[in-house]
Design a protein around this ligand. Structure first.
Ligand SMILES: [Zn+2]
Length: 82
């Protein structure tokens, strides 16, 4: 099932990057939380970030999501490029 697209373009772009890195985007049913992103480690020690539907600054929120991706130390299949 394809996931719903985020209405804010900047955030949708960040979500696509997270997915490419092996993260899972799970929509939430209601509230101002649009969904939640989880890293490749699905255990309790894995990363988890809330995705807001209408953040005051979509650009800032997108940056925040990318930062979570940068900080993640859990392994996905992606090659290290550092
Ligand atoms: Zn992680």
């Amino acid at each position: 099932m394809p996931r719903a697209r985020h209405p804010k373009k900047a955030i949708e772009a960040a979500l696509a990057e997270l997915e490419a890195a092996g993260w899972t985007i799970a929509p939430t049913a209601s509230g101002h939380r649009w969904g939640v992103a989880r890293c490749a480690d699905s255990s309790r020690s894995g990363c988890q970030v809330s995705i807001w539907s209408t953040p005051r600054s979509p650009d800032n929120h997108a940056r925040q999501l990318r930062r979570a991706l940068d900080r993640c130390i859990h392994i996905s299949e992606r090659d290290s490029d550092t």
